[in-house]
Ligand binder design. Structure first.
Ligand SMILES: C[S@@+](CC[C@H](N)C(=O)[O-])C[C@H]1O[C@@H](n2cnc3c(N)ncnc32)[C@H](O)[C@@H]1O
Length: 287
């Protein structure tokens, strides 16, 4: 059996949005003729949950911008350092991880429950391939808990309502939006989406995110990447500038070192230098 056959989920999550419709209200339908963000990221990380179309789109993107691999690996390492910081240094025990991705090494609940086994983690993603693998995310420690919600980030009411079954919103929560917000176009007002999520959590909660940064790409390369992705990748990306990304943290204080390329956010001195990524990253504490 090829990996293409092995990982096909039973069915799509439904919804109005067909593949290729970036601003559609619904989630991507399961479609192996159009590259998906989750599966391209999996390929860049060396995973097996991707299809020929995802590999071809990624290889074409790598020709234009060879640092996509570094960017994916630096992002995943950032996620690990951030959630470890939140559990170990900030004392957070509740996590709302939106834009989970296909499970791979170092999923959020594994990292934070290694620090504090009682931690509770709610995962959210809207891609049917992630849903098909969600079981791997539900291997919680006995004293903690992990849940998966199949929902679109734009449906904050649904997410908050379902997450409240596991998370106590009177206590601090870490909301992690790692490498997802650039998939939300300006037309869907990503800043208002983040504000609605952060309004639902108390003071002392945290927001952690990474986001593709416009400054990291020569303008000509960016135009070529955008031309390439139009039509053959299920989502287009919004390459936002540092100021726009920093605005997601309105109402929060950034912890040191502030808004930096993800590989510069509290790097692990023992880890190899990953090289330069194309992502801004930061963590902020709600006032
Ligand atoms: C690049 S992966 C990041 C995975 C993980 N957060 C990490 O950083 O390693 C982005 C994930 O966001 C999900 N995603 C994108 N737009 C979304 C939306 N509107 N609602 C829910 N999930 C979304 C994709 O399906 C994909 O699994």
């Amino acid at each position: 059996m090829t990996s293409d056959e092995a990982h096909a989920p039973d069915g799509g999550a439904g919804g109005a949005g067909g593949a290729g419709e970036w601003t559609a209200a619904g989630p991507p339908e399961f479609d192996t003729s159009v590259a998906h963000q989750a599966r391209m990221y999996d390929y860049l990380l060396g995973g097996k949950d991707n299809y020929a179309v995802d590999r071809a789109a990624t290889e074409a993107a790598l020709k234009l911008y060879p640092a996509w691999g570094i960017t994916a690996r630096a992002n995943r390492a950032f996620l690990g350092r951030v959630v470890r910081f939140l559990a170990a240094d900030a004392g957070i025990r509740q996590f709302l991880d939106i834009g989970t991705g296909i499970p791979t090494a170092g999923n959020t609940h594994q990292v934070v429950q290694a620090v504090a086994p009682e931690s509770r983690v709610v995962y959210v993603d809207y891609d049917p391939i992630v849903l098909a693998h969600a079981r791997a995310l539900l291997t919680s420690s006995a004293v903690g808990a992990a849940e998966y919600i199949d929902a679109d980030l734009r449906d904050t009411g649904v997410i908050l309502d379902q997450a409240s079954r596991l998370l106590d919103f009177t206590q601090p929560v870490a909301v992690t939006l790692v490498a997802i917000l650039h998939a939300i176009p300006d037309a869907d007002d990503p800043h208002a989406i983040v504000a609605r999520l952060m309004d639902a959590v108390p003071s002392g909660s945290y927001l952690a995110l990474s986001h593709l940064g416009r400054e990291f790409f020569p303008p000509q390369t960016l135009r070529q990447i955008e031309d390439l992705s139009r039509g053959n990748i299920q989502q287009q990306f919004a390459y936002r500038g540092r100021d726009q990304v920093t605005r997601f943290f309105d109402g929060a204080d950034l912890v040191e070192p502030g808004m930096v390329p993800v590989e510069e956010w509290r790097p692990d001195p023992a880890a190899a230098n990953p090289g330069k990524s194309a992502l801004w990253g930061a963590v902020g504490r709600k006032r």
